[in-house]
Design a protein around this ligand. Structure first.
Ligand SMILES: Cc1ncc(COP(=O)(O)O)c(C=O)c1O
Length: 452
């Protein structure tokens, strides 16, 4: 069935009870006896006036845990950090774990520990948060952008091999929007070309691929605990891995080059390698220690609500929710992402659609990758870094020019023109919250003629 030709039965099946009562023979007329009403943006009543659940959520156990850390006087990296690392590793199904001060630091330390550096190329996605690319560039390596899969918005492994050169050393897939990149294909390619794989799982805690948690499907997995994330302690990050030596290198790098397990440098190993300071504080770890126990239940709720919303909106012409691969056994829904096809909405630009949606009481943002109207591979930081002193010394002019010529990802460009996203915390509420979102979208669809 074509999306712009809903049958009466399908339409009623997707609409919330009591809201929509009339469907004309030729398609949707909607909101019959209750009347869709005037769009709020044109002076009508909004679909929703209530706020969505706010984020982050804390309770007494969080307060007690942080207070106890405060009172301990041990605010820098202390024993509690090690305890939380052990708990987290067990929970995730990984042998080793290192907490860091942020997800960006986790990614940077992971790349460093795996020996990625000057002259190397790392395959990654252009549809990501800037930190993924920063972490690569900070190691003086080149991020080589592989276009995305238009349905899942994840890096497209079928376009990976054409980008591999003798300088390719690693793949850095990002599990974007809480979905999961195609790890079977990525790991197969990595095996074939002897590449390291580091998962950027910052947006996807508790998402699963064939029943295994993301972040444990490769050499190293990195997460962020920044405030907006599904598990948060304000600012924080983590690296997961099964190779003790690699995690030890991560540890040393994150603690001024000091060997793991030796907190005082003098007489206990000193500083045999160059490092930096990427440590998490005990106060942040204390918050993580209690927040961690909410994630399972919240992830279930996010999934349940997101699935319901998808069932309500997937047949609306011009609204195409992001899909997951069949091997994805759990999605984390850090964001609920979709494509908005303006052609189906009488050409109404995305910004105007979003304003109408906000007026109905449903806040929604441009999707990821369009903060400056540009996907990451076209952001100024790339050219600025290519022109930096170190990059000019490391890479030949020819190599940099070739890099510029090949830095094109048309599928990602198109997605950035069309994508939109709802915040993940909307999904820890009720089914009624989902109905409001769906009803508002339907209302705008019904009244699209009036917005032109
Ligand atoms: C995909 C992705 N990678 C990396 C990061 C960086 O994490 P942090 O903000 O904790 O440094 C984020 C944070 O938003 C992210 O979304």
């Amino acid at each position: 069935m074509k999306k712009n030709n809903l049958t009466r039965r399908q339409f009623l099946g997707t609409a919330s009870a009591g809201t929509i009562a009339a469907v004309s023979s030729g398609g949707i007329t909607a909101y019959g006896n209750k009347k869709a009403g005037e769009l709020a943006v044109l002076g009508g009543n909004p679909v929703r006036t209530k706020r969505f659940p706010s984020w982050p959520i804390i309770d007494e156990t969080d307060e007690k845990s942080v207070l106890s850390a405060l009172r301990s006087g041990r605010w820098s990296r202390g024993k509690l950090v090690t305890t939380v690392e052990e708990r987290f590793a067990e929970l995730m199904g990984s042998k080793y774990c290192l907490l860091t001060g942020s997800g960006t630091q986790a990614l940077n330390a992971a790349l460093h520990a795996l020996g990625i550096g000057a002259g190397d190329e790392v395959l990654t996605t252009p549809y990501t948060f800037v930190a993924t690319v920063d972490a690569i560039l900070l190691e003086d390596a080149l991020p080589v952008f592989v276009d995305i899969d238009p349905e899942t918005f994840q890096i497209n492994p079928d376009k990976m091999e054409e980008k591999i050169t003798e300088n390719t050393k690693a793949i850095l897939p990002v599990h974007i929007n809480g979905g999961v990149a195609n790890m079977d294909k990525i790991n197969a390619i990595a095996g074939k070309y002897n590449l390291k794989v580091i998962e950027d799982a910052c947006q996807a805690i508790f998402a699963e691929w064939r029943g295994k948690k993301v972040g444990t499907l490769s050499d190293l997995g990195c997460f962020s605990f920044q405030t907006s994330k599904n598990l948060t302690c304000g600012e924080g990050g983590v690296i997961l891995g099964d190779d003790e030596k690699v995690i030890d290198r991560c540890y040393s790098f994150h603690n001024f080059g000091r060997p793991r397990g030796k907190y005082m440098p003098r007489d206990r190993g000193g500083h045999p390698i160059l490092g930096t300071k990427y440590r998490i504080s005990t106060i942040h770890a204390a918050l993580l220690d209690t927040q961690i126990y909410h994630v399972e239940e919240q992830t279930e709720k996010r999934s349940e609500n997101a699935d319901y919303l998808t069932s309500r909106i997937k047949e609306i012409p011009g609204i195409i929710p992001r899909k997951d691969y069949k091997e994805t056994t759990r999605t984390a829904y850090y964001k609920y992402a979709l494509r908005y096809k303006k052609e189906q909405f009488n050409g109404i630009p995305r910004e105007k659609f979003l304003s109408a949606l906000r007026a109905e009481g449903i806040s929604c943002s441009w999707g990821l990758g369009v903060i400056e109207g540009l996907p990451i591979n076209k952001e100024g930081l790339i050219e600025e870094t290519l022109n930096s002193k170190s990059f000019q010394k490391i890479y030949s002019k020819e190599r940099l020019n070739k890099y510029r010529e090949q830095n094109h990802c048309p599928e990602c460009d198109q997605l950035c023109e069309e994508t939109m996203g709802f915040s993940g915390e909307f999904f820890i509420g009720t089914k009624k919250d989902m109905d409001d979102i769906a009803d508002a979208i339907l209302k705008i669809y019904e009244n699209r003629d009036k917005l032109v």
